[in-house]
Design a protein around this ligand. Structure first.
Ligand SMILES: Nc1ncnc2c1ncn2[C@@H]1O[C@H](COP(=O)(O)OP(=O)(O)O)[C@@H](O)[C@H]1O
Ligand SMILES: [Mg+2]
Length: 397
């Protein structure tokens, strides 16, 4: 795959702009398995002062079909904080040494000014771990993005720190934008694609994937950015490392914890190996409410708050899905975040009342989940990956 060099002028022709548009390549933003992403400036020959930045992804044309790009572009405006690619286009470019112009397929997408969360928070990429307030903000925002995406019947399949850009708003607050839509697929597709370290057991086993695979990956992402490392003895190269993988299927993934008791309960539910027990994006938003409504109140729209309240009431009446503490504390937080005349208010108050003894006792011991976020204890060293005693099963349950 040939990527034009920095400084190259690209003439991009597409169905939307058959006459071509000019872009100047600035610098490399990142390089992954799929291709290279470059920062480029759109140039308007009629107005030389007016340029705006885009991210251009140069990929092997077989990796992303043009109609996939068109479908993804159709998600624009429907998914919050998502940097969605335009359909694939063709760029002509030449260098001083090359007489004949080259043609390269390119995908143009919005530029999110900011490093990705791996660069920001993973120590092996030179970052520093996120505070728990930042971690909860990322979780709440990306859970909202996923809720919208899953409502469109699509699974991203590659949620991880590298694919989230941390952009600082003018107000100083941070927003996490989701990029890298190369593997986005319809719900129910057979799994197997993604980054093993973040993949849910059913995705690793190449069973059917659902939005819950993204929720699992988001839970793993949160642990990674909060601890600064994804070194859980679970390597990237799947096929050479079946022993570590098998642990996931045994229901005991060596998940590290963040050290915050309420956040860890939330993450345990979001990364449950059994997808039937696992949170979906709305469950995760609901469980996060006691922390997120303090740490990042703008992450929840009024509609989100109502949706969480409804989910909570629904969940509380199902003994299989009930969790007295999480449900009770979420009921408290949502009840104060919703107007008094909200239709779910009575049910929230009743739920908070019914769970009061459990919640009060827990809060007396651990403190209020939203108020204790940045009182994190010293990190415990992660336990070494245990050796696998049994031979590997051929097929997983
Ligand atoms: N729209 C964008 N704005 C800013 N940086 C980006 C953008 N798209 C990609 N990048 C950077 O380039 C890296 C690789 O891009 P990505 O689309 O994830 O490609 P790959 O499929 O190779 O992983 C990202 O991790 C990020 O650092
Ligand atoms: Mg990527």
């Amino acid at each position: 795959m040939e990527t034009p060099p920095s400084g190259a002028i690209l003439d991009v022709r597409s169905q939307q702009a058959p006459g071509g548009r000019l872009y100047r390549l600035d610098r490399e933003l990142g390089r992954g398995a799929q291709g290279t992403v470059m920062l480029a400036q759109r140039m308007d020959p009629n107005d030389p002062g007016a340029t705006y930045a885009v991210a251009m992804k140069f990929i092997d044309p077989t990796d992303m079909q043009a109609d996939t790009g068109r479908e993804l572009a159709g998600l624009r405006g429907k998914v919050r904080r998502a940097i969605l690619p335009a359909p694939m286009e063709t760029a002509r470019w030449r260098t001083r040494l090359l007489r004949r112009p080259r043609e390269t397929p390119v995908v143009i997408q919005g530029y999110a000014p900011g490093p990705d969360l791996a660069a920001l928070h993973e120590t092996k990429h030179g970052g520093t771990p996120a505070s728990l307030t930042e971690t909860v903000t990322v979780l709440a925002q990306v859970a909202g993005t996923l809720k919208d995406l899953h409502a469109q019947g699509r699974v991203h399949q590659d949620i991880k720190p590298e694919n989230l850009i941390g952009t600082r708003q003018e107000s100083g607050s941070r927003s996490a934008y989701l990029i890298d839509w190369d593997m986005c697929a319809p719900d129910g597709t057979m799994g197997g694609a993604g980054t093993p370290l973040y993949m849910a057991p059913e995705a690793l086993a190449m069973d059917r994937i659902t939005g819950k695979c993204d929720v699992y990956a988001l839970g793993m992402t949160a642990v990674t950015i909060a601890t600064g490392t994804n070194d859980r003895g679970f390597p990237q190269n799947v096929t050479e490392h079946w022993p570590q993988m098998a642990m996931l299927f045994n229901g005991k993934p060596p998940v590290r914890q963040t050290g915050h008791p309420y956040l860890d309960l939330t993450l345990a539910r979001a990364t449950d190996s059994d997808h039937r027990q696992r949170s979906d994006a709305l469950d995760l938003m609901t469980d996060l409410a006691p922390m997120a409504l303090t740490a990042s109140p703008t992450s929840y729209s009024a509609a989100d708050r109502t949706a969480c309240a409804n989910r909570l009431v629904e969940r509380a009446s199902d003994p299989q899905r009930r969790h007295l503490l999480l449900d009770g504390l979420a009921a408290r937080a949502l009840s104060s975040a919703l107007p008094d005349d909200s239709p779910s208010q009575a049910a929230l108050v009743a739920l908070a009342q019914a769970t009061k003894p459990v919640c009060d006792a827990w809060v007396a011991q651990h403190g209020d989940p939203g108020a204790t976020l940045d009182h994190r204890q010293e990190q415990q060293p992660a336990p070494a990956t245990p050796a696998l005693a049994e031979p590997l099963p051929r097929r997983w349950p």
